[in-house]
Design a protein around this ligand. Structure first.
Ligand SMILES: *[C@@H]1O[C@H](CO)[C@@H](O)[C@H](O)[C@H]1NC(C)=O
Ligand SMILES: *[C@@H]1O[C@H](CO)[C@@H](O)[C@H](O)[C@H]1NC(C)=O
Length: 275
């Protein structure tokens, strides 16, 4: 029924923290408009302001998404920065509509830091995480703000909790979207997820966080959403729990696999401190 499992890379202020630390609430995870977990297909302007559009060299510049985690770093997937012949040249912050975004800003890249244990080209789905260091300090605005990470090292979201992914990947119908889309799904247990992926010989480890469609609202991440943030709202603050990594053909009712961000807080802090 499903052809294959693949990565979602598209082929075809006065803040008191700096670049080497992660912000804590209320300096992150806040936005000027917030429709919470309301089901909707597109974001309002200013909603999910940490969503970053990565720009690649060549004719098809938009293949992946990332998230702003402080005033200098973008979090994304390793696949998005290590795939052959796919060179990230800049990061677009504050984008709402792809072609016309009055509040967007383009930042150059200083350094790309993929996870050292991620194995390109193998049937390896762990450690699909990377940091991108921008070449200047980000100016935050109503449309450009960082997300919080689960810095205590444990996921805040529990199975059946609703999460939102934002990006500009294809929609469920397979069409390229232009306005920042909002995909609402629910977290499932790694056990249930592992059963679904067993037929592809993919083991769902503790490093992964799986999501599936809501029971009465089918929506999925798709090609072009790789590296996108999967966020959860806890007491009014948005935390990034996952990084979109792999899944089945878009629009099918099947789980997808995301990097579990809480497992990488130490790795992120180490890299922020070194670079
Ligand atoms: C940052 O990168 C951009 C795009 O490559 C470049 O135009 C700009 O001069 C760079 N800025 C700094 C401070 O290096
Ligand atoms: C899964 O692994 C088994 C045993 O190694 C093999 O026979 C089977 O063809 C594999 N299935 C897939 C979908 O790769």
């Amino acid at each position: 029924m499903f052809a294959r499992i693949y990565f979602f890379l598209l082929m075809g202020c006065a803040f008191t923290y700096g670049k080497d630390v992660l912000p804590e609430k209320p300096d992150c995870g806040q936005q000027i408009v917030d429709s919470g977990m309301e089901l909707r297909r597109v974001a309002k302007e200013g909603e999910f302001p940490w969503t970053v559009l990565l720009k690649y060299e060549g004719a098809n510049p938009f293949k992946c998404v990332g998230s702003l985690i402080n005033d200098r770093y973008v979090l994304t997937s390793s696949v998005c920065v290590t795939a052959k012949n796919q060179k990230v040249i800049s990061a677009l912050l504050g984008v709402h509509v792809l072609s016309e975004s009055p509040y967007s800003e383009e930042y150059g890249i200083e350094k790309i830091i993929p996870h050292g244990d991620f194995k390109k080209g193998k049937k390896e789905f762990n450690h699909d995480i990377a940091l991108i260091k921008l070449n200047t300090t980000v100016r935050f605005s109503d449309y450009i703000k960082p997300v919080c990470l689960p810095t205590k090292g444990a996921s805040l979201v529990q199975p059946e909790g609703k999460v939102i992914t934002t990006g500009w990947g294809k929609n469920t119908e397979g069409d390229q979207v232009t306005t920042k889309k909002v995909v609402v799904r629910r977290v499932i247990t790694n056990e249930v997820c592992g059963e679904a992926f067993a037929k592809y010989n993919i083991t769902i480890t503790d490093y992964l966080l799986c999501t599936d469609s809501l029971k009465d609202y089918k929506d999925s991440t798709c090609s072009g959403d790789g590296g996108a943030p999967v966020v959860f709202k806890d007491e009014g603050t948005w935390y990034q729990e996952g990084i979109v990594s792999f899944g089945s053909t878009c629009g099918h009712d099947f789980p997808d696999g995301n990097t579990r961000v809480s497992k990488y807080i130490a790795w992120i802090n180490e890299k922020l401190g070194q670079n």
